[in-house]
Ligand binder design. Structure first.
Ligand SMILES: *[C@@H]1O[C@H](CO)[C@@H](O)[C@H](O)[C@H]1NC(C)=O
Ligand SMILES: *[C@@H]1O[C@H](CO)[C@@H](O)[C@H](O)[C@H]1NC(C)=O
Length: 370
Protein backbone atom coordinates (compact mmCIF):
# COMPACT_ATOMS: atom_id res chain seq x y z
CA UNK A 1 0.00 0.00 0.00
CA UNK A 2 1.64 3.19 -1.19
CA UNK A 3 0.41 6.06 0.80
CA UNK A 4 -0.30 9.71 1.09
CA UNK A 5 -0.51 10.00 4.83
CA UNK A 6 -3.62 12.21 5.09
CA UNK A 7 -5.86 10.24 2.78
CA UNK A 8 -4.66 6.92 4.13
CA UNK A 9 -5.43 7.82 7.71
CA UNK A 10 -8.54 9.93 7.14
CA UNK A 11 -10.25 7.86 4.48
CA UNK A 12 -8.85 4.43 3.68
CA UNK A 13 -8.03 3.06 7.10
CA UNK A 14 -11.44 3.91 8.61
CA UNK A 15 -13.15 2.38 5.57
CA UNK A 16 -11.01 -0.77 5.85
CA UNK A 17 -11.91 -0.92 9.54
CA UNK A 18 -15.63 -0.85 8.67
CA UNK A 19 -15.20 -3.54 6.00
CA UNK A 20 -13.41 -5.69 8.59
CA UNK A 21 -12.79 -9.27 7.56
CA UNK A 22 -14.55 -8.80 4.20
CA UNK A 23 -11.45 -6.83 3.14
CA UNK A 24 -8.16 -8.63 2.51
CA UNK A 25 -5.68 -8.21 5.38
CA UNK A 26 -3.42 -5.14 5.28
CA UNK A 27 0.12 -6.53 5.27
CA UNK A 28 2.36 -3.60 4.45
CA UNK A 29 2.49 0.13 3.91
CA UNK A 30 4.88 2.21 1.85
CA UNK A 31 5.57 5.91 1.97
CA UNK A 32 8.52 7.84 0.61
CA UNK A 33 9.71 8.85 4.09
CA UNK A 34 10.33 6.58 7.05
CA UNK A 35 8.50 8.98 9.33
CA UNK A 36 5.18 8.83 7.52
CA UNK A 37 5.50 5.14 6.67
CA UNK A 38 5.86 4.13 10.30
CA UNK A 39 3.18 6.60 11.39
CA UNK A 40 0.70 5.03 8.97
CA UNK A 41 1.69 1.52 10.02
CA UNK A 42 1.09 2.46 13.66
CA UNK A 43 -2.26 4.10 12.93
CA UNK A 44 -3.28 1.12 10.82
CA UNK A 45 -2.58 -1.30 13.68
CA UNK A 46 -4.67 0.85 16.00
CA UNK A 47 -7.58 1.56 13.64
CA UNK A 48 -7.80 -1.99 12.30
CA UNK A 49 -7.17 -3.63 15.67
CA UNK A 50 -4.23 -5.64 14.31
CA UNK A 51 -2.10 -7.67 16.72
CA UNK A 52 1.03 -6.13 15.18
CA UNK A 53 1.67 -3.20 12.85
CA UNK A 54 1.88 -3.90 9.10
CA UNK A 55 5.42 -3.86 7.69
CA UNK A 56 6.61 -0.33 6.89
CA UNK A 57 8.50 0.26 3.65
CA UNK A 58 10.15 3.53 2.62
CA UNK A 59 12.78 4.95 0.26
CA UNK A 60 16.52 4.77 0.88
CA UNK A 61 16.80 1.36 2.50
CA UNK A 62 16.39 -2.32 1.62
CA UNK A 63 12.73 -2.37 2.64
CA UNK A 64 11.67 -0.06 -0.17
CA UNK A 65 8.84 -0.16 -2.68
CA UNK A 66 10.68 -2.60 -4.97
CA UNK A 67 11.04 -5.16 -2.20
CA UNK A 68 7.40 -4.67 -1.19
CA UNK A 69 6.32 -5.32 -4.78
CA UNK A 70 8.41 -8.51 -4.87
CA UNK A 71 6.37 -10.08 -2.07
CA UNK A 72 4.22 -12.85 -3.49
CA UNK A 73 1.83 -12.69 -0.51
CA UNK A 74 0.75 -9.18 -1.55
CA UNK A 75 -1.72 -9.22 -4.42
CA UNK A 76 -3.19 -5.72 -4.38
CA UNK A 77 -2.12 -2.17 -3.58
CA UNK A 78 -3.96 1.06 -2.86
CA UNK A 79 -2.05 4.07 -4.16
CA UNK A 80 -2.59 7.56 -2.77
CA UNK A 81 0.30 9.67 -3.99
CA UNK A 82 0.50 13.25 -5.27
CA UNK A 83 -1.33 13.62 -8.58
CA UNK A 84 1.67 14.01 -10.88
CA UNK A 85 3.55 11.01 -9.41
CA UNK A 86 0.65 8.64 -9.56
CA UNK A 87 0.71 7.36 -13.19
CA UNK A 88 4.29 6.12 -12.84
CA UNK A 89 3.42 4.20 -9.65
CA UNK A 90 0.28 2.69 -11.16
CA UNK A 91 2.37 1.23 -13.99
CA UNK A 92 5.11 0.08 -11.62
CA UNK A 93 2.62 -1.81 -9.45
CA UNK A 94 0.76 -3.32 -12.41
CA UNK A 95 4.08 -4.37 -13.95
CA UNK A 96 4.88 -6.15 -10.68
CA UNK A 97 1.63 -8.10 -11.07
CA UNK A 98 -0.42 -6.32 -8.40
CA UNK A 99 -4.05 -5.25 -8.67
CA UNK A 100 -4.25 -1.47 -8.21
CA UNK A 101 -6.69 1.00 -6.74
CA UNK A 102 -5.29 4.50 -7.38
CA UNK A 103 -6.46 7.93 -6.26
CA UNK A 104 -8.44 10.37 -8.35
CA UNK A 105 -7.78 12.36 -10.47
CA UNK A 106 -6.48 9.47 -12.57
CA UNK A 107 -3.83 11.72 -14.14
CA UNK A 108 -2.86 15.42 -14.10
CA UNK A 109 -4.18 15.95 -17.63
CA UNK A 110 -5.88 14.16 -20.52
CA UNK A 111 -2.69 13.48 -22.48
CA UNK A 112 -0.98 11.79 -19.54
CA UNK A 113 -4.21 9.94 -18.72
CA UNK A 114 -4.51 8.54 -22.24
CA UNK A 115 -0.88 7.50 -22.21
CA UNK A 116 -1.34 5.82 -18.82
CA UNK A 117 -4.39 3.93 -20.11
CA UNK A 118 -2.58 2.74 -23.21
CA UNK A 119 0.27 1.35 -21.09
CA UNK A 120 -1.95 -0.04 -18.33
CA UNK A 121 -4.50 -1.81 -20.56
CA UNK A 122 -2.10 -4.44 -21.96
CA UNK A 123 -0.65 -5.08 -18.48
CA UNK A 124 -4.14 -5.66 -17.04
CA UNK A 125 -5.05 -7.91 -19.94
CA UNK A 126 -1.95 -10.08 -20.12
CA UNK A 127 -1.60 -10.42 -16.35
CA UNK A 128 -5.32 -10.60 -15.53
CA UNK A 129 -5.13 -7.57 -13.25
CA UNK A 130 -7.74 -5.14 -11.97
CA UNK A 131 -7.01 -1.41 -12.03
CA UNK A 132 -9.64 0.90 -10.59
CA UNK A 133 -9.68 4.59 -9.69
CA UNK A 134 -10.93 5.56 -6.24
CA UNK A 135 -13.67 8.05 -7.18
CA UNK A 136 -15.77 7.97 -4.06
CA UNK A 137 -18.54 10.31 -5.30
CA UNK A 138 -19.34 7.85 -8.05
CA UNK A 139 -19.76 5.21 -5.34
CA UNK A 140 -21.81 7.35 -2.92
CA UNK A 141 -25.15 5.64 -2.23
CA UNK A 142 -26.89 9.05 -2.42
CA UNK A 143 -25.85 9.71 -6.01
CA UNK A 144 -26.43 6.12 -7.06
CA UNK A 145 -29.95 6.22 -5.60
CA UNK A 146 -30.69 9.58 -7.24
CA UNK A 147 -29.39 8.19 -10.56
CA UNK A 148 -31.61 5.14 -10.25
CA UNK A 149 -34.64 7.31 -9.48
CA UNK A 150 -33.92 9.37 -12.59
CA UNK A 151 -33.42 6.30 -14.81
CA UNK A 152 -36.62 4.76 -13.48
CA UNK A 153 -38.53 7.79 -14.80
CA UNK A 154 -39.39 9.57 -11.54
CA UNK A 155 -38.74 13.01 -13.03
CA UNK A 156 -39.74 12.16 -16.58
CA UNK A 157 -37.32 12.94 -19.38
CA UNK A 158 -34.18 14.79 -18.19
CA UNK A 159 -34.11 18.32 -19.61
CA UNK A 160 -31.52 20.40 -17.73
CA UNK A 161 -29.24 20.41 -14.69
CA UNK A 162 -27.00 22.53 -12.50
CA UNK A 163 -24.17 21.97 -10.05
CA UNK A 164 -22.94 24.55 -7.57
CA UNK A 165 -19.86 24.07 -5.43
CA UNK A 166 -18.63 26.83 -3.15
CA UNK A 167 -15.69 26.17 -0.88
CA UNK A 168 -13.70 28.16 1.61
CA UNK A 169 -9.99 27.27 1.78
CA UNK A 170 -7.61 29.23 3.97
CA UNK A 171 -3.90 28.72 4.45
CA UNK A 172 -4.42 26.85 7.71
CA UNK A 173 -6.72 24.26 6.13
CA UNK A 174 -5.56 20.67 6.51
CA UNK A 175 -5.85 20.12 2.74
CA UNK A 176 -4.08 23.34 1.82
CA UNK A 177 -1.10 22.48 4.00
CA UNK A 178 -0.34 19.28 2.06
CA UNK A 179 2.92 20.43 0.36
CA UNK A 180 1.98 19.30 -3.16
CA UNK A 181 -1.31 21.13 -2.91
CA UNK A 182 0.24 24.35 -1.58
CA UNK A 183 2.27 24.81 -4.78
CA UNK A 184 0.56 22.51 -7.26
CA UNK A 185 2.49 21.29 -10.29
CA UNK A 186 -0.74 20.38 -12.07
CA UNK A 187 -3.50 22.32 -13.81
CA UNK A 188 -6.42 23.66 -11.85
CA UNK A 189 -5.15 23.18 -8.30
CA UNK A 190 -8.13 22.38 -6.06
CA UNK A 191 -10.43 22.61 -9.09
CA UNK A 192 -8.84 19.49 -10.54
CA UNK A 193 -8.31 17.68 -7.26
CA UNK A 194 -11.78 18.41 -5.85
CA UNK A 195 -13.73 19.31 -8.97
CA UNK A 196 -13.54 15.83 -10.50
CA UNK A 197 -15.77 14.64 -7.63
CA UNK A 198 -18.64 16.90 -8.66
CA UNK A 199 -18.32 15.89 -12.30
CA UNK A 200 -18.29 12.22 -11.25
CA UNK A 201 -21.45 12.77 -9.17
CA UNK A 202 -23.21 14.41 -12.12
CA UNK A 203 -22.28 11.72 -14.63
CA UNK A 204 -23.41 9.04 -12.16
CA UNK A 205 -26.89 10.59 -12.18
CA UNK A 206 -27.32 11.96 -15.71
CA UNK A 207 -28.67 9.69 -18.42
CA UNK A 208 -26.37 11.01 -21.17
CA UNK A 209 -22.58 11.61 -21.27
CA UNK A 210 -21.18 15.15 -21.42
CA UNK A 211 -20.46 16.21 -24.98
CA UNK A 212 -19.57 19.93 -25.12
CA UNK A 213 -18.60 22.74 -22.80
CA UNK A 214 -17.92 26.46 -22.85
CA UNK A 215 -16.45 28.05 -19.76
CA UNK A 216 -14.27 30.61 -18.07
CA UNK A 217 -11.69 30.13 -15.32
CA UNK A 218 -10.07 32.62 -12.95
CA UNK A 219 -7.80 32.99 -9.95
CA UNK A 220 -9.21 35.09 -7.13
CA UNK A 221 -7.04 34.13 -4.15
CA UNK A 222 -3.38 34.18 -5.09
CA UNK A 223 -2.48 31.29 -2.77
CA UNK A 224 -4.81 28.95 -4.69
CA UNK A 225 -2.76 29.01 -7.92
CA UNK A 226 -3.21 28.41 -10.80
CA UNK A 227 -7.06 28.72 -10.84
CA UNK A 228 -9.71 28.64 -8.12
CA UNK A 229 -13.00 29.29 -9.94
CA UNK A 230 -14.73 27.99 -13.06
CA UNK A 231 -18.11 28.69 -14.61
CA UNK A 232 -19.37 26.73 -17.55
CA UNK A 233 -22.33 25.74 -19.62
CA UNK A 234 -22.38 22.10 -20.65
CA UNK A 235 -24.23 19.90 -23.04
CA UNK A 236 -24.97 16.24 -22.28
CA UNK A 237 -25.89 13.91 -25.13
CA UNK A 238 -27.31 15.94 -28.00
CA UNK A 239 -30.34 17.56 -26.41
CA UNK A 240 -29.98 18.64 -22.79
CA UNK A 241 -27.72 21.08 -21.04
CA UNK A 242 -26.75 22.58 -17.71
CA UNK A 243 -24.58 24.93 -15.71
CA UNK A 244 -21.61 23.98 -13.57
CA UNK A 245 -20.01 26.50 -11.23
CA UNK A 246 -17.22 25.73 -8.82
CA UNK A 247 -15.14 27.92 -6.61
CA UNK A 248 -12.61 27.32 -3.85
CA UNK A 249 -12.32 31.08 -3.28
CA UNK A 250 -15.25 31.84 -1.02
CA UNK A 251 -14.25 34.86 1.11
CA UNK A 252 -16.25 33.53 4.06
CA UNK A 253 -16.82 30.15 5.68
CA UNK A 254 -20.55 30.63 5.37
CA UNK A 255 -21.69 30.10 1.82
CA UNK A 256 -24.80 31.36 -0.01
CA UNK A 257 -27.73 28.97 0.35
CA UNK A 258 -28.10 26.78 -2.73
CA UNK A 259 -28.71 23.20 -3.69
CA UNK A 260 -25.44 21.46 -4.67
CA UNK A 261 -26.92 19.62 -7.64
CA UNK A 262 -30.35 19.83 -9.28
CA UNK A 263 -31.43 17.68 -12.21
CA UNK A 264 -34.73 18.65 -13.81
CA UNK A 265 -36.93 16.56 -16.03
CA UNK A 266 -40.27 16.90 -17.78
CA UNK A 267 -42.21 15.74 -14.68
CA UNK A 268 -40.08 16.82 -11.72
CA UNK A 269 -36.63 17.37 -10.29
CA UNK A 270 -34.03 15.80 -8.05
CA UNK A 271 -31.93 17.94 -5.70
CA UNK A 272 -28.88 16.78 -3.75
CA UNK A 273 -27.02 18.46 -0.92
CA UNK A 274 -23.89 17.34 0.81
CA UNK A 275 -22.96 18.25 4.36
CA UNK A 276 -20.64 16.95 7.04
CA UNK A 277 -23.51 14.73 8.24
CA UNK A 278 -24.01 13.08 4.87
CA UNK A 279 -26.25 13.56 1.86
CA UNK A 280 -29.85 14.67 1.39
CA UNK A 281 -31.73 13.90 -1.80
CA UNK A 282 -35.16 15.42 -2.48
CA UNK A 283 -37.30 14.26 -5.39
CA UNK A 284 -40.29 16.39 -6.40
CA UNK A 285 -42.68 15.05 -8.98
CA UNK A 286 -45.70 16.53 -10.66
CA UNK A 287 -48.67 14.18 -10.30
CA UNK A 288 -50.62 13.83 -13.53
CA UNK A 289 -53.94 12.04 -13.81
CA UNK A 290 -54.28 9.75 -16.79
CA UNK A 291 -56.78 10.61 -19.45
CA UNK A 292 -57.70 14.07 -18.16
CA UNK A 293 -56.59 17.24 -19.98
CA UNK A 294 -53.96 19.08 -17.93
CA UNK A 295 -56.08 22.24 -17.56
CA UNK A 296 -58.85 20.25 -15.86
CA UNK A 297 -56.56 18.61 -13.34
CA UNK A 298 -56.02 19.85 -9.85
CA UNK A 299 -52.32 20.79 -9.48
CA UNK A 300 -50.57 18.18 -7.32
CA UNK A 301 -46.96 17.27 -6.60
CA UNK A 302 -45.23 14.72 -4.39
CA UNK A 303 -42.06 15.03 -2.38
CA UNK A 304 -39.72 12.26 -1.36
CA UNK A 305 -36.74 12.94 0.92
CA UNK A 306 -33.93 10.47 1.41
CA UNK A 307 -30.86 10.84 3.59
CA UNK A 308 -27.65 8.89 3.22
CA UNK A 309 -24.49 8.63 5.26
CA UNK A 310 -21.28 9.40 3.43
CA UNK A 311 -19.76 6.02 2.59
CA UNK A 312 -18.33 6.29 -0.90
CA UNK A 313 -14.84 5.22 0.15
CA UNK A 314 -16.17 2.08 1.79
CA UNK A 315 -18.30 1.22 -1.27
CA UNK A 316 -15.47 1.85 -3.74
CA UNK A 317 -13.08 -0.33 -1.71
CA UNK A 318 -15.65 -3.13 -1.46
CA UNK A 319 -16.23 -2.96 -5.24
CA UNK A 320 -12.46 -3.16 -5.84
CA UNK A 321 -12.06 -6.17 -3.54
CA UNK A 322 -15.04 -7.93 -5.11
CA UNK A 323 -13.50 -7.38 -8.54
CA UNK A 324 -10.12 -8.75 -7.44
CA UNK A 325 -11.72 -11.88 -6.09
CA UNK A 326 -13.03 -12.55 -9.57
CA UNK A 327 -9.45 -12.09 -10.85
CA UNK A 328 -10.73 -9.52 -13.33
CA UNK A 329 -12.54 -12.23 -15.26
CA UNK A 330 -16.16 -11.58 -14.30
CA UNK A 331 -18.42 -8.72 -15.26
CA UNK A 332 -18.30 -5.99 -12.66
CA UNK A 333 -21.71 -5.67 -11.05
CA UNK A 334 -21.33 -1.95 -10.37
CA UNK A 335 -19.25 0.11 -12.77
CA UNK A 336 -17.33 1.84 -10.00
CA UNK A 337 -13.82 3.16 -10.53
CA UNK A 338 -13.55 2.71 -14.29
CA UNK A 339 -10.33 4.59 -15.24
CA UNK A 340 -11.93 5.74 -18.52
CA UNK A 341 -14.73 7.47 -16.66
CA UNK A 342 -12.23 9.00 -14.23
CA UNK A 343 -10.31 10.38 -17.21
CA UNK A 344 -13.49 11.91 -18.62
CA UNK A 345 -13.83 13.84 -15.34
CA UNK A 346 -10.28 15.18 -15.81
CA UNK A 347 -11.18 16.07 -19.41
CA UNK A 348 -14.15 18.08 -18.19
CA UNK A 349 -12.09 20.17 -15.76
CA UNK A 350 -9.30 20.62 -18.32
CA UNK A 351 -11.79 21.88 -20.90
CA UNK A 352 -13.33 24.30 -18.38
CA UNK A 353 -9.88 25.65 -17.47
CA UNK A 354 -8.85 26.19 -21.08
CA UNK A 355 -12.04 27.00 -22.96
CA UNK A 356 -11.88 30.80 -22.61
CA UNK A 357 -15.51 30.78 -23.69
CA UNK A 358 -14.91 28.68 -26.80
CA UNK A 359 -17.06 25.61 -27.33
CA UNK A 360 -14.94 22.55 -26.48
CA UNK A 361 -15.55 18.92 -27.39
CA UNK A 362 -15.67 16.65 -24.32
CA UNK A 363 -15.73 13.30 -26.05
CA UNK A 364 -12.47 11.47 -25.42
CA UNK A 365 -11.26 8.97 -27.97
CA UNK A 366 -9.85 5.96 -26.21
CA UNK A 367 -7.74 3.40 -27.95
CA UNK A 368 -9.36 -0.03 -27.94
CA UNK A 369 -9.74 -2.33 -26.07
CA UNK A 370 -12.55 -0.76 -24.04
C1 LIG B 1 -30.03 22.21 0.28
O1 LIG B 1 -29.60 23.29 1.05
C2 LIG B 1 -30.31 24.50 0.82
C3 LIG B 1 -29.69 25.58 1.67
O2 LIG B 1 -28.35 25.81 1.28
C4 LIG B 1 -31.77 24.31 1.14
O3 LIG B 1 -32.50 25.47 0.81
C5 LIG B 1 -32.33 23.12 0.37
O4 LIG B 1 -33.64 22.84 0.77
C6 LIG B 1 -31.48 21.88 0.58
N1 LIG B 1 -31.94 20.83 -0.30
C7 LIG B 1 -31.81 19.53 -0.01
C8 LIG B 1 -32.17 18.59 -1.09
O5 LIG B 1 -31.38 19.13 1.06
C1 LIG C 1 -11.19 30.69 -29.20
O1 LIG C 1 -11.63 30.78 -30.54
C2 LIG C 1 -11.04 31.85 -31.26
C3 LIG C 1 -11.72 31.93 -32.61
O2 LIG C 1 -11.73 30.70 -33.24
C4 LIG C 1 -9.53 31.62 -31.36
O3 LIG C 1 -8.93 32.69 -32.04
C5 LIG C 1 -8.96 31.51 -29.96
O4 LIG C 1 -7.59 31.18 -30.04
C6 LIG C 1 -9.69 30.46 -29.16
N1 LIG C 1 -9.23 30.49 -27.78
C7 LIG C 1 -8.95 29.39 -27.08
C8 LIG C 1 -8.49 29.61 -25.69
O5 LIG C 1 -9.04 28.28 -27.56
Amino acid sequence: MANLKGIAILAYLPALAILGSTAPPLKAVYSRSQKSSSAIAKDAAKLLGLPSAPDAYFDGNDDNLDSLLQRSDISAVIIALPITLQPEFVLKCLSAGKHVLSEKPVAPDVARGLSLLSSADPLCQTKGLVWRVAENFEAEPAYRAAGEAIRSGKIGKVQFFKATVVNYVDKTSEWYKTPWRTVPDYQGGFLLDGGVHTIAALRTMLTEPFTQLSGFASLNKDYLLPHDTIHCIVRAGSHYHGVVEMTFASPTKSIPAAENIVITGSDGWVACNMSSEGFTVVIKSRVKEDGKPEEEQEYKETEETMTFPSKGVEVELAAFFAEIQKDGTGEQSLDIGNPRNALKDVGFIQAALNSEGNLTDLVLHFVPPE
